[in-house]
Design a protein around this ligand. Structure first.
Ligand code: FAD
Ligand code: EPU
Length: 335
């Protein structure tokens, strides 16, 4: 286990001030066991974190923060039509996507430029432009933070769903992800069903590299960059409605974008609801709903957790009162 960071400041893309009691970089079972022992003696919980791009942190985090340092990449199986990779949880997600596409391993290109580390990607089953990580996961490796035992979960056991998994539910803060096995295609099949992506690419020859480049360009144009405008990406999930609720909403708001989920369920655009409620660009002190993208809560770099909470609650209240739709935050709030 490496020496604890002297400052213990926890970096996060909302730029909220946060100090943890201890920050620990781990690589292997010995480090994990030592961190567990230290936390137990100090009476503190263990909390895995990556780059802090999907969290709303308090000024003081009474916890031992664990960050996995392993950024290795190895090939587990190499077949004619597929390749299975094992990737260390400490690898930067976008670096993996870029390396995979350039090596001829396909499937992840729609997920280009999502911030964060590989170890966090399964937690909310990251998704974008018509793809989700869970479609490529073969297994997740890690440690049970209560027993210290090494454990492997297969894809089914991960319980992936829209912006969720077992790691965001019953195994939250209980399972430290240390490596992810992904099965990618060697055939250059692409998915450009997502309307904005399709119209961006247009007709003609499409390769995974074209998709990768188009997704990078779209994201750079559409989403505020946390380096200039601190944010955590989409602040709310797109709500999933029953057919009955959807019909009610559509009778008042026929223009709302709808994405079918199943025969009985449909996802609707949270950004559209927030914009329609007049809250795109709405500011309260150091925080605002971005005028570039209504679903992204931005800070001016000087905000604190309470201000983020207050604006989020205000947006939820306005949208609920106006449309009868409950918005659920996507990032995790810490006490
Ligand atoms: P953190 O924010 O540090 O942690 C997130 C959660 O994962 C926490 O609950 C933490 O406890 C847990 N965790 C982290 N590492 C581990 C580990 N090793 N083991 C167990 N648990 C762990 N998300 C999307 O799905 N799609 C998008 O298109 C998208 N776009 C974004 C755009 C921007 C500009 C930003 C700022 C965020 C965006 N996000 C998106 C959200 C975010 O990038 C992802 O959720 C990402 O996977 C978080 O990675 P991280 O390393 O920053 O994790
Ligand atoms: N829209 C507005 N106003 C805006 C922005 C968008 O009305 O200011 C409407 C438009 O009609 C637009 C629609 O919302 O067509 C959808 O917008 P966009 O394509 O940007 O997608 P999103 O639903 O807002 C989701 C994910 C993103 C992901 C993109 C691309 C969620 C909560 N968000 O956003 O994920 O990158 O699709 O697939 O599912 C994240 O999770 O942090 C994230 C950024």
């Amino acid at each position: 286990m490496s020496a604890p960071d002297v400052v213990n400041a926890v970096a996060n893309t909302l730029a909220l001030p946060c100090m943890a009691r201890r920050l620990t970089s781990v690589c292997g079972s010995q480090d994990v066991l030592e961190a567990m022992e230290w936390a137990q003696k100090a009476g503190l919980p263990l909390m895995p974190l990556g780059e802090g791009s999907n969290v709303v942190l308090p000024r003081v985090l009474e916890a031992v923060v664990l960050k996995v340092a392993d950024s290795s990449l190895s090939i587990l199986a190499d077949a004619e039509d597929s390749v299975t990779l094992r990737v260390g949880a400490g690898k930067v997600w976008h670096a993996l996507v870029s390396e995979a596409v350039h090596s001829g391993y396909y499937g992840l290109e729609n997920l280009a430029l999502i911030p964060g580390l590989v170890g966090a990607a399964p937690v909310q089953n990251i998704g974008a432009y018509g793809k989700e990580l869970g479609d490529y996961v073969v297994a997740i490796h890690g440690f049970d933070l209560i027993t210290g035992a090494a454990q492997t979960l297969d894809s089914k056991e991960c319980g992936f769903s829209y912006r969720s998994s077992v790691f965001k539910q019953e195994l939250q803060d209980r399972f430290l992800i240390t490596a992810v096995d992904l099965k990618l295609s060697r055939a250059p099949v692409v998915n450009i069903d997502y309307p904005v992506l399709k119209s961006r690419i247009g007709c003609g020859e499409v390769s995974p590299t074209t998709v990768f480049e188009a997704v990078v360009a779209l994201r750079q144009e559409r989403l505020p960059n946390p380096a200039h405008s601190p944010n955590a990406g989409s602040f709310f999930k797109n709500p999933i409605l029953s057919t009955q609720l959807l019909r009610q909403l559509q009778s008042a708001e026929p223009e709302i974008p709808v994405y079918p989920v199943s025969d009985e369920l449909s996802k609707v655009s949270a950004a559209w609801l927030i914009e329609r409620a007049g809250l795109r660009g709405y500011a309260q002190g150091n925080v605002a709903m971005s005028d570039q993208h209504a679903l992204v809560l931005v800070t001016d770099g000087h905000a604190v957790q309470g201000q983020v909470l207050e604006l989020a609650r205000y947006v939820q209240t306005v949208v609920l009162e106006r449309f009868g739709v409950a918005l659920e935050p996507e990032p995790r709030f810490y006490d």
